[in-house]
Design a protein around this ligand. Sequence first.
Ligand code: DGJ
Length: 724
Amino acid sequence: MIHFDEKERLFRIDAKDVSYVFFAAANGRLRHLYWGPQLDTMDLRNLGIADYTCSPNFNPDDNEAGRGAYSWEFAGNDIGTRGVPTAIVRNADGNTTTDPRYVSHRIYAGKPRLEGLPATFVDSPEECETLEITMLDEATKVEFLLRYTAFRDLPIIARSVVVTNKGDAPVELQKIMSLTTDFRHQEFDVIYFDGYWGKERTYHRERVQGGLKIMGADSGYTSHRMNSSVILCDPTTTEEFGRAYGVLFVYSGKFAVEVDQCCMYRTRLNLGIHPMGFTWHLEPGESFQSPEALQAFSNEGLGALSRSWHDLIRQHIINPRWRTAPRPILCNNWEAMHFNFSREKLVTLAKTAKAHGIEMLVLDDGWFGKRDNDQTGLGDWYTNTTKVGCTMGELADEIRSLGLKFGLWFEPEMVSEDSDLYRAHPDWAIQVPNRSSKTFWRYQYMLDFSRKEVVDYVYEMIIKVIDEAKLDYMKWDANREMTEVGSYGWPAERQGEIAHRFMLGVYDLYQRLVNRYPNMLIEGCSSGGGRFDAGILYYSPQIWTSDNSDAFNRLAIQYGTSFAYPCSSMGAHVARNWFAERYSPVETRAAVAFSGTFGYELDLNQMPPEELAQVDGQVEFYHKYHHLVEQGDYYRLANPFKDETVSWMHVAKDKSEFLLTVVFTRWDASYSGENILLRGLDLDAKYTDGTKTWTGRVLTYAGISVKPSRFGDMLSIVIHGTRV
Ligand code: DGJ
């Protein structure tokens, strides 16, 4: 899969259907050549591709004035490369010139795990091949080890960089992107997903303009504000046609995607840790491992790109324990009770849940320490037996005796000012030493997880509860951003490391819990879906997508999320109608939630009886068809940001079944239905929904006729078809 042409020092990395090509120039600098549909030659330099430059003073040795127009594979700093650099190292002399050159490389089957970081993995070494390139900046003796792993069955390449100080004086790493690639003379659209609480991963598409655009988050975590998946595509690319280049970060801390276009339509794409506020001190012999960045290519539009990401996440990121295991249908008490619950209320809810086929009760926030509102108690992870009415072990036993699994909410990284933990260890909060102010956010601080003793302490508290209650599930929440980033645990020259070290601490705690409780399902959460990324998915196969469960808003949120993340990773629950002014029938709320991990987020006992009566049918439907959502291919058929009829499909990998969901968001007096063109089917097969039979060709090219069965907004239809 990875080819090397010794004469040209040219590398061609072939993943499924895709080639990625670059070479080491005569002076050792790495220059990019190509990323796109798979090629059948190594002869690119003779084809003139490498030698294009806008400069009349072009020098093929990559030395002089033309350099600014070259395409770079690794852009050093302050050496005349156009655009934002890949890396900046401040060396012992105080300057930041960074100029690594090729030294050697090796190619091997398989892929190493990244120490302390989430990363893609394979079940067997035959599934991928890895190229490691060693580069050295002679003047500073800083080494860069570039890793590229190509997946045999997916058009995806994983990349990361290890920076090592091989010199004899300390240096400071000021920027290290995990991925740089350059595009030549292409006009691009960029697709990104920004948002806010309740409005996560809002889809945006716009033309790339000249200059630098940074899409990122500098607040210590992935954030609601921007997601770490970004797509560049041709302006003509659609769901089904055209080139699309996606990147995705396997990381949950602050990140930046830099898109930098020059007047010659050269576009650089960088992805890595956000350089703002980041520094890493490297003593002689010390190394820094960057998080892993992924790049995917599709020649068949955005839909195929998404399906590649979905397969990658399901096969190579989430814990194999949860790859095919159906997730329990849960009922979470948060929206039913908030902090105002009792043992009796919980047991009553559990009984109703069980009576209707729901499989797990989750007790959300408020069961620990002194926690009757969001102002106190975080960090005191011991059961408030007065409030719960018994020990957690007793409550869990009672819920289990009803035939349900049991889960609990935690917010491990946080501490309330009004808590025993904070009173005992005020220096354990993230803060800038000797600065009196620190920003309060939901009345809480972040714990300094850059310090191992803090992670150890929280771990010990949490496992006591998990052991006692024998939890089946844990909801791991995180409800604030990182501000005043600093630590009492590290010296001045390492204060720029705290945000990343914090994230290493989070991953450490996650990994310890996964190791100790291999069968406990962990669901990620962050004020809804504020930390929805491929890093968290490595530990938590599902993440609460948003606190906003309004079915109409969820159409947009789940649409945006689906560009990179599979439906099997999206926590989605049937909730009450949030707004009296916008009523969605319960069957539509269920149809929308059904394209996620499915559950209930409301007081079942308060549901109108005619709605509660439908729960049994929804549970039955889940058991019959949810494998299509978990394992199948996902097709977006409409865009909720512009279409009033929103539809999507899940199709079995072998094309033997499909599930079509259509939501008619607004009633329209003159609407007489429409034909929806289906995707992903076997053209030559026949399909039936039990009453009608169509050929795959008819469903694909002529479409299926749908219209709502009555008047009203937010009506929906779900059609299950099987191959005859
Ligand atoms: C934010 C989460 O998104 C909610 O689901 C809930 O767990 C609350 N936190 C509890 O404080």
